[in-house]
Design a protein around this ligand. Structure first.
Ligand code: GDP
Ligand code: MG
Length: 662
């Protein structure tokens, strides 16, 4: 494992990105994030790589230009530095620099495998490639540098062939130990001619036979004086060169936008490693595909991170909603939580492959919506419940008032409850969702309708019960009075009482009919039922007055009145000469005649003389209802009455005897 060199600022730490075993370091993201502080840089950073033969002063130059601390071969030991690719960050600048070591395999007779692979890797990631060479290497067409450039061109075609003109790379030639005898213009012309020759000699992929070198590369040439022989000029020229890396307003600024490989800093580790994996396993390296894969991977990561916070924020809703409470301001709260998640996703993910990002953005929205939907649905249910209970209490409250009309009251309560529901529902329906509440609204209206109907039924039957009580009360005394005084007009009085009572009840019913919005037919049925019910109550009262002892008592009273009182109503005192037998027989027979009168209600209207009748139903037989005493009971009453009157007769006789004895 490579340990980064300690440095006061820490920003210059360098990483052995790809080691001599061709292993890719697992620490790149840590370095980007913590040591170089580039995590949030997005596209606002640059990448460059340096190429060239061993010991041409590459590392020395990089350290001078960027303040890095790459290993420099010491003058004394002349030991080769570790092979591989080193990466570090420029001091006070957002530039990542890759020092590619050991690219001169051909000079040392090694295979060119690493050279080819590192060229591929550098081209796929860097905007600028510094080609470092001695002045005396210029023009050596068969030298190591030209071999290296041939490799670079070849792999570039492999990488960007079909992508012509889209992502160019800048090749910056730095000619070292420039003595000055040959001007830069000549040197660059020589190099350009050689580059053209190399390009011509390349075997190009099908369809790209005529492609131009400038379709893929821009070239730039510069010289540096001999570091040891002209140290001051060397430093001056390095300082000038440095400006080209840090000053965007410099006409020769190297990091032009068209060179960018469009990899956000926070995705660099994923992208670079994926690229390297493809390269080492000799797989086809299709950059657009790599960028899409990177985008998918990173968008997912970013989305997952956003959802961690999201899930945390929505946790508070679950309990209250499931326990039937209405969460206040649920709509704005959900909107806020969703916005935060989407914004945090957009912030980091929008830099990635546009189409992938667009797709993932939609996915994130859909996922957020579906996670929020259960709260929407839950709150709707609770709104529904609350609306029903609000409706119920408003209805009950309003019906307590005198003259409250059920229809109007329930319509108002229904409007209020529906408005409450709709307002609550609209407030939690988020934009960019397919959430709906029409179904729930329909269901609510249905429920309110049903509830109102049941309530009306209840109120109606309460009212009818009240009426029946009234009827019963109105019938009671007059009937008792009528039956206490049996005689020919008795039933007539009963029927008259019934008529009076019923017309009072019906008048009340008519009044209530408006309240309950009774239909013509319904009202008629209710009236019929009420008349029947009134009649039943009447017969019940009659029965009550005709129970065994009571009726016998009434009859005996009648008998006593006739037998024991004279015409003026005064009590009789029997004298020895009085005829007891005749008055006794008269009183007894008249009383006995009352039994058949009692036995059956005579349903005749005394004022009109018309027969009175009610329609019979399954459980009401009018004729049957007229019968008060059965034959048997009449017999029994007759016998009992006779026995009692006989006793009175004996008593009367005895009273005469006793007065005689005195
Ligand atoms: P690298 O292998 O290309 O990275 O080369 P180094 O930076 O390690 O340098 C190799 C040797 O060349 C060191 O001894 C440096 O002191 C020396 N050196 C560095 N820059 C120059 C230069 O501009 N001219 C000459 N002649 N030597 C240099
Ligand atoms: Mg070096």
């Amino acid at each position: 494992m490579d340990t980064p060199r300690p440095h006061p600022s820490g920003s210059l730490a360098q990483l052995h990105l790809i080691d001599e075993e061709k292993k890719f370091s697992q620490e790149l993201s840590t370095y980007v994030d913590q040591k170089w502080n580039l995590k949030d840089a997005g596209f606002n950073y640059n990448v460059l790589a340096v190429f060239g033969s061993q010991s041409t002063g590459k590392s020395t130059l990089l350290n001078r230009l960027f303040g890095t601390q790459f290993d420099v071969m010491s003058e004394s030991s002349r030991q080769q530095t570790t092979k591989g690719i080193w990466i570090s960050k420029g001091k006070d600048m957002k530039v990542l620099i890759m020092d590619v070591e050991g690219t001169d395999g051909r000079e040392r007779g090694e295979d060119q495998d690493f050279e080819r692979k590192s060229a591929l890797f550098s081209l796929a990631t860097s905007e600028v490639l510094i080609v470092n060479m001695w002045e005396h290497q210029v023009g050596l067409y068969n030298g190591a540098n030209m071999g290296l450039l041939k490799t670079v061109f070849e792999v570039n075609l492999q990488l960007f062939g079909s992508n012509r003109g889209k992502e160019k790379t800048l090749l910056l030639f730095v000619i070292r130990d420039h003595v000055g005898a040959t001007p830069l213009a000549n040197l660059s012309n020589t190099l350009k001619a050689d580059l053209d020759r190399i390009w011509q000699g390349l075997s190009k992929p099908e369809g790209l036979e005529n492609c131009k070198i400038l379709d893929y590369f821009d070239f730039s040439f510069t010289t540096l004086a001999h570091k040891l022989l002209q140290p001051e000029r060397f430093e001056e020229e390095v300082a000038l060169l440095r400006q080209r890396f840090i000053e965007p307003s410099n006409p020769d600024y190297v990091f032009k936008p068209q060179y960018s490989k469009r990899v956000p800093a926070d995705g660099l580790h994923v992208y670079a490693e994926a690229i390297w994996e493809k390269i080492v396993t000799n797989k086809d390296l299709d950059l657009p595909t790599q960028q899409e894969l990177l985008a998918q991977f990173r968008c997912d990561e970013i989305a997952n991170l956003a959802f961690v916070t999201f899930k945390d924020s929505i946790r508070d809703f679950r309990h209250p909603i499931e326990s039937g409470q209405l969460v206040e301001n649920l709509g704005p709260k959900m909107r806020e939580i969703r916005d935060v998640a989407i914004k945090s996703f957009v912030k980091d993910a929008s830099r990635y492959h546009a189409e992938v990002y667009k797709r993932k953005h939609a996915e994130v929205l859909t996922k957020a919506n579906s996670m929020l939907e259960s709260f929407f649905v839950g709150q709707l249910k609770n709104l529904h419940k609350k609306a029903v209970s609000q409706f119920s209490s408003e209805l009950q409250q309003a019906l307590k008032k005198d003259g409250a009309e059920f229809g109007a009251v329930s319509a108002t309560a229904k409007d209020n409850a529906t408005a409450f529901f709709l307002q609550g529902a609209a407030a939690i329906k988020l934009e960019e969702t397919d959430w709906e509440y029409e179904e729930e609204q329909f269901q609510l209206e249905q429920d309110l309708q049903e509830f109102a109907a049941t309530q009306r039924e209840k109120e109606l039957s309460k009212m009818l019960t009240g009426l029946e009580k009234q009827i019963k009360k109105d019938l009671e005394d007059p009937i008792k009075l009528a039956l206490d005084h049996p005689g020919p007009g008795m039933w007539g009085r009963v029927i008259t009482t019934y008529h009076h009572t019923m017309s009072r009840a019906e008048e009340l019913l008519h009044k209530k009919a408006r309240t309950f919005e009774l239909g013509q037919e319904e009202q008629q049925t209710l009236e019929e039922n009420l008349r029947r019910q009134g009649w039943v109550l009447l017969t019940m009262k009659v029965q009550e007055e005709s129970v065994d002892g009571l009726l016998l008592y009434k009859l005996l009273n009648r008998f006593e009145e006739k037998f024991q009182r004279d015409e003026r109503g005064l009590p009789r005192v029997w004298k020895p000469d009085d005829d007891i037998d005749t008055p006794f027989r008269k009183a007894r027979d008249e009383t006995l005649e009352l039994i058949p009168l009692y036995a059956k209600i005579k349903a005749l209207d005394p004022t009109t003389g018309e027969e009175f009748s009610l329609e019979s139903t399954d459980d009401f037989d009018f004729d049957q209802s007229l019968r008060v005493l059965s034959e048997t009971r009449q017999q029994e009453l007759t016998t009992q009455l006779k026995r009692k009157t006989d006793a009175s007769f004996v008593e009367a006789k005895r009273s005469v005897v006793s007065t005689q004895v005195k």
